[in-house]
Ligand binder design. Sequence first.
Ligand code: HSE
Length: 308
Amino acid sequence: MPRITVPATSANIGVGFDCLGLALTLYAHFDVERADALEITGCDERYAGPDNLFYVSMCHALRAWGMAPFPIRLHIETDVPLARGLGSSSTLVVGGIYAAAALTGRELDRNEAVALACRMEGHPDNVAPAICGGLVCSFTPAGVAPEGCDNELEPEEPRCVCYDVDPSLRFVCVVPPYEVKTTEARRVVPRTIALGDAVWQMGRIAGVTRALETGDMDLLAAANDDRLHEPYRRALIPDYDAVRACVLDAGASTLWISGSGSTMAAVVREKNTDFCPISKGVADALRRQFPGFKVHILSCNTTGARVE
Ligand code: HSE
């Protein structure tokens, strides 16, 4: 029975709204085989039917290849929290596409997987790093629909630019016990920006990608200052200001909202990557101040989705 493993992702990473994303060492595992009838375990019962996103994605890939969908037995084991901005839906979309390939013996390259996944997700910033691993900047030749943020993608293949991430970086992800609805988080983002803000943003995207590659924390702290979405989304996360103050005080270099929230990711560079004392200090401070929140000390996943 193939086991498909897909990493969680942190999309946007501040200044890269709908473009940048980072794969993390937190995983969803899917054990899948052909069956006589659809059977899904390891998730809430309301997600255990034909509307399950993994199954919908698998059927979407099969139809795109001219094949008829078939029933499966699927068991889900995931550490990726649902609806918290760590790419849980992308793990299902990507997992379904890899399942379609694994169960039919079809060759699947990463570009095709990203293209299929983008058509389902609408924006590439979660699915591309979930497939490729590392830090990925993606864009579509035709861009996104200018009206609204609903991102009806043109049926053109997205382009992915992949970057390595300095292995001494840790991402301390703090997951509040409440959800921010992606639809609401997209609604509050202004549809147009001033030229000065576009200029502000472009320089900082280059700065953030370079800083993550090289581990230059001064550069990261200076460049991680978004003007497109974070100023509007902070208000949707009641603990944002307190979390930010807590992690910076405990030694993190900077903080971004992961995806559309509610998770926030603090970035730390460790000299001692065996013990990660700074990340542990940040995590302890968060756990003391926010006892109901989950805290994960994560690295960058470098492999992307895997089939075993
Ligand atoms: N780029 C997306 C957003 C990620 O910020 O809305 C969440 O799906």
